[in-house]
Design a protein around this ligand. Sequence first.
Ligand code: 13P
Ligand code: SF4
Length: 334
Amino acid sequence: MRDINTAKANIETAGFLDIDIDPGIDLFAEIEKLKKEKNAIVLAHYYQEPDIQDVADFIGDSLGLAQQAEKTSADIIVFAGVHFMAETAKILNPHKKVLLPDLKAGCSLSDSAPPELFKLFRDKYPDHIVISYINCSAGMKALSDIICTSSNAEKIIESLPREQKIIFAPDKNLGAYLNKKTGRDMVLWNGACMVHEIFSLEKIIKLKVRHPNAKVIAHPECEDAVLRVADYVGSTTGLLKYSIDSNANEFIVVTETGILHQMQKSSPDKTFIPAPPNNSCACNDCPHMKLNTLEKLYLCMEYETPEITMDEKLIVAAKRPIQRMLEISKQYGL
Ligand code: 13P
Ligand code: SF4
């Protein structure tokens, strides 16, 4: 076993605590024990590996996770998701310890909007307000007026007067989808998610021919051509609910494959087919989300590291648009 201080010092390069774990240990039982001992809560996104979802106290989409983080009474929030999600939890709980099993679990969409460049872009549109998708850095949030997620974006846009000019960032696909849905003409930042952009329309259509009764359900981070063939478009929670409520027995699921775990658990008799990407893989995993593992989750709880730390001024600036989102969501019962 490595010396704990050396292992902790290595987090900056490795991103996680690199310590050998006794292979005989029951990680599920140990994690449960640590939750109680430390008054810790484990929040997990649907794209996490099944073992992590099974040990989590709450599994949700970005809005659900932010709402849980806002209301938790736990002393430690262990965020099984990506960096911007854990950062949002920290912004909402500046005095709590927020842990992320692998600090390198980033997001290509968030990376597609560096705050310094976005500020130059925003300054060209002084009469526009900025709505930013939650998949962005705290620096971007601080430059925004309201944050949104895929489950509340439409309502947030509709809460603004029709004549209000809007910049939508960073996801151009979600922005274009929302422009279509709301009839607005938001100015879009040119960002995208590497996972949702890679789906192959051709392969989805071939799958649909082989499974004519299957419903195509897609996340709005996908490109317009893919969304056009979808029977339902929604956030991860929306997709899961649709699969539960629908009379259909087969679904072609056009988002990250982690969500299939809850779909299959909720509807064991239904068939869920992951939509294939534009390469030789059969399914589509987010390489960032999948950096977290059950072992890393256990280690980060045991040693309370790696931890999200943030500049106080940035916390204050990024909190305002997140709170606005949470307030509007509450008004709409979301
Ligand atoms: P939601 O879970 O909010 O739909 O977001 C999907 C996603 O890409 C998270 O990174
Ligand atoms: Fe980011 Fe896309 Fe991964 Fe979600 S699926 S964390 S948007 S890279």
